[in-house]
Design a protein around this ligand. Structure first.
Ligand code: DGJ
Length: 784
């Protein structure tokens, strides 16, 4: 809801308020936080500072110092020396800017040219003008009440007769005050994406940005502001994200009096954009949320927002299929026979969609050639894509295909016929990434070519899924069709959005999965088109615990694509139990990526039961309310993830451990937000592997067994005792405040069949469901 009285603008979501007002013609921020009533905001009004030393008085107005005012959108040139949201110049008039409030409009149907969140409850457009420069600014605010999210973007309309050059134009600004303040960022690298980092903001300027042309695995655009006392389940926090897939920037400047300025949006790095007379420039959208109930609640806001307002409508809350991807099973070395054998095994264990990864086109037998030649390799697949897809469909599986459309190999027919379509600086040897170059998406000819070529290939066969990869970042930026190279990085993203907008509209039923060497472009811009993203190339259980935990702060489980792969793991060479890889993979969109033809019967049987279990709870695992237990894996060697349905009737709790240690604190499961009801809580019983006990087996064995000897291995193969069995009835409130004390973990002595044999990299899955306590008491003859 948006309420406007006397130039005071009050934006309200279910639990938050965002208030700004006009004062001295300037648009000043008043409040963002927990919801407050509409009326009487006198107490919030910005106080003009008295006696601010050498500060500059704005337009000669007594005691109006722009350097201390909380602006909704700041510029440069009137005495505010903090980082400005907007900076531009032209040769004749220079850098000065001074925008004043003019009017507002309310209209939910306004749409910008970039991907943006859909279906807001309200939209407010504020119009500001700089008369002397003949420029208009439009600040667009969207309110998403049920998810507690407010979004912003900005348009600049050049009404003057000369061009202006933008060197910075952020989408959002928030001037506020806070003493104890930290910023959480999600940083990393290839195979180590979105690691949670905490930065104290005590002074100076802190920046979280990407400079490589994509939203990056180095610094994800998601950021969170909070005091040091906020935990997963308590305390206030503000979350921010950027609906953009290119270079982004979030900056916090802290003044000596703990006044803070947050700016966020497209990065100003290597950015110089010309806006000609009568042209408009529009920024990307940014989103923000607030909670006073801890980081889980903040994540819940973002999860609901992405599921309801970012993901393409036709995929909202639609169950995602379980895939088998052939990449780690075959890499480039496959033919139709091999693929069909894999697909057959996939069908036998219950997989629903087969994804043919890299290597099906041109002459691509390694990563040195053929990107750009999106025609099937008939030597590998003699019956073409259609022949293969039909056979896979006949097995009862859907068919999916890998592409990397933004790239070109020097060794490709496309490069030989269009060398200028590659991104490279004239007369210089370009820098290669994975032996490849980028296609110049700033060139309209290239964009047109990709639209035609890809739609043709996608129409050739019955394709239900596309994995859209992107395996190198931008260098040698130069667009042969551009008149201003300062626009290259932004125009590349505009070209990309044009292609994917076109294809996802032409093929609305194809499920696109974003990928960029794993999670190098895990952002809200891509999610506007692609409902899920390959989280990381790293499928190791331990690494994934960190990666999935970090990702979960801002992105819902329905977007987090996870594959169970083989061991030793291809990225870390670590061996971890199959059940742990599976349980962790369940918290998101589950798939498999291993050579099923080489797995023994026991493993295939286990995978088959895993898939039955996943299908049973799939909707909960993809769309349920998700929580992290506290402490998380970033603080301790074990943690819990849990999901529950909206009605709080059914939930699943995954317990995950890295290395076991003696004398660890007891494992206590705490589940928050349950109702005033009773719940039954129990573990899914697993099978123990006797080989894991090593020589200890002889304590129980009537005859001596040589460790790993023939007999030991035989018994290990045929006899699989059950793990512990735990079952408790817990009151919903006690579940969080007191928790469930789990059986102790094995610690060298005192083993019995109720001790939890978790071990290194072990895990458990627990189910909790609401119960009818009266019925239960009657049945058990319980008497008061
Ligand atoms: C990088 C992706 O992340 C992998 O999953 C795989 O598709 C390879 N590219 C193929 O080249």
């Amino acid at each position: 809801m948006i309420k406007i009285t006397d130039q005071v603008f009050h934006l309200q979501t279910n639990d938050t308020s965002y208030i700004f007002a006009v004062s001295e013609g300037l648009l000043l921020h008043h409040y963002y936080g927990a919801k407050i009533a509409f009326f009487d905001i006198d107490h919030l009004k910005v106080k003009l500072h008295g006696g601010a030393g050498t500060a500059i008085e704005y337009e000669g107005k007594k005691q109006v110092y722009t350097n201390y005012l909380p602006f909704e959108y700041s510029t440069y040139g009137t005495g505010d020396y903090r980082e400005p949201a907007l900076l531009f110049h032209n040769m004749t008039d220079g850098f000065y800017a001074n925008f004043k409030y003019v009017s507002y409009e309310l209209d939910k149907n306004i749409k910008g040219p970039l991907p943006e969140a859909k279906d807001p409850d309200d939209l407010l457009k504020i119009i500001l003008e700089d008369d002397s420069r003949h420029l208009q600014l439009q600040l667009v605010y969207k309110v998403f009440e049920d998810t507690n999210v407010i979004s912003r973007y900005v348009r600049l309309i050049n009404q003057s007769t000369s061009s202006i050059y933008l060197s910075r134009m952020f989408s959002g600004q928030w001037d506020f005050e806070a003493d104890d303040l930290e910023m959480l960022t999600f940083d990393g690298a290839w195979a180590k994406e979105r690691q949670k980092q905490t930065h104290r903001l005590d002074g100076g300027i802190f920046i979280n940005d990407a400079k490589c042309g994509s939203s990056s695995n180095t610094h994800n655009p998601l950021t969170i502001l909070k005091p040091s006392t906020t935990t997963e389940d308590a305390g206030w926090a503000f979350g921010f994200n950027i609906v953009y897939s290119g270079n982004h920037k979030t900056l916090v400047e802290t003044m000596p009096n703990n006044q803070r300025r947050l700016l966020l949006g497209m990065s100003d790095f290597a950015f110089n954009y010309c806006v000609n007379s009568n042209e408009t420039f529009t920024t990307c959208e940014v989103v923000m949320t607030y909670t006073n109930e801890g980081l889980n609640d903040l994540s819940n806001n973002f999860h609901a927002f992405v599921n309801r307002h970012i993901i393409p409508k036709q995929f909202q809350f639609k169950n995602r299929p379980i895939v088998l991807n052939n990449w780690e099973a075959t890499y480039f070395n496959f033919n139709e026979k091999k693929i069909l054998e894999l697909a057959k095994k996939a069908q036998e264990v219950g997989i629903e969609l087969f994804v043919l990864d890299d290597g099906w086109f041109g002459k691509r037998n390694d990563d040195h050639s053929s990107l750009g030649d999106w025609d099937v390799n008939l030597q590998k697949l003699p019956n073409g894509l259609k022949g293969l897809a039909d056979k896979i469909n006949r097995l009862g599986l859907q068919f999916g295909l890998w592409f990397e459309p933004e790239m070109i190999s020097e060794n490709s027919d496309l490069y030989r016929s269009h060398p200028t379509w590659a991104v490279k600086f004239p007369n210089h040897t370009p820098s290669l990434g994975r032996n490849q170059l980028l296609l110049d998406l700033t060139n309209p000819e290239v964009v047109a070519y990709l639209k035609t070529k890809l739609s043709k290939t996608l129409s050739e066969a019955n394709i239900s899924y596309v994995k859209w990869d992107y395996n190198r970042n931008i260098t040698d930026m130069y667009g042969s069709a551009l008149s201003n190279q300062g626009e290259f990085l932004h125009r590349y993203i505009l070209g990309l959005y044009e292609v994917i907008d076109y294809l996802t509209n032409c093929f609305p039923n194809i499920l696109f999965e974003g990928c960029a060497s794993g999670g190098n472009r895990f952002d809200l811009g891509m999610l506007c088109f692609f409902p899920q993203i390959w989280t990381s190339d790293d499928t190791d259980y331990v690494e994934r615990l960190f990666i999935q935990t970090g990702t979960s702060y801002g992105y819902p489980l329905s977007t987090i694509s996870n594959h169970v792969s083989s061991v030793p793991n291809h990225q870390t060479l670590r061996t971890t139990p199959l059940h742990s890889r599976f349980y962790l993979g369940c918290f998101g969109v589950l798939g498999y990526e291993m050579n099923l033809c080489e797995q023994d019967q026991e493993t295939l049987k286990a995978i088959k039961s895993q898939i039955i279990l996943y299908k049973k709870y799939r909707h909960l695992w993809q769309f349920g309310r998700f929580y992290r237990s506290y402490p998380t894996i970033f603080e301790l060697n074990r943690m819990g993830f849990y999901v529950m349905d909206e009605k709080k009737q059914l939930g699943l709790y995954g317990f995950f451990q890295t290395l076991v240690h003696p004398y660890m604190s007891n494992d206590v499961v705490k589940i928050n937000h349950l109702d005033d009801n009773y719940y039954v809580f129990y573990n899914i019983i697993q099978k123990l592997n006797l080989l894991d006990f090593g020589g200890l087996i002889n304590i129980a064995s009537p005859i001596h067994l040589k460790v790993n000897g023939k007999l030991h291995r035989f018994i290990g193969k045929v006899y699989h005792p059950n793990t512990e069995k735990e079952r408790y009835i817990v009151h919903g409130k006690a579940f969080f405040h007191a928790g469930v004390k789990l059986n102790p973990q094995f610690m060298g002595t005192g083993f019995n069949n109720q001790v939890r044999m978790i071990g290194d990299f072990g895990s458990r899955l627990y189910v909790f469901s609401k119960m009818d306590i009266k019925h239960h008491l009657k049945r058990t003859n319980f008497k008061h």
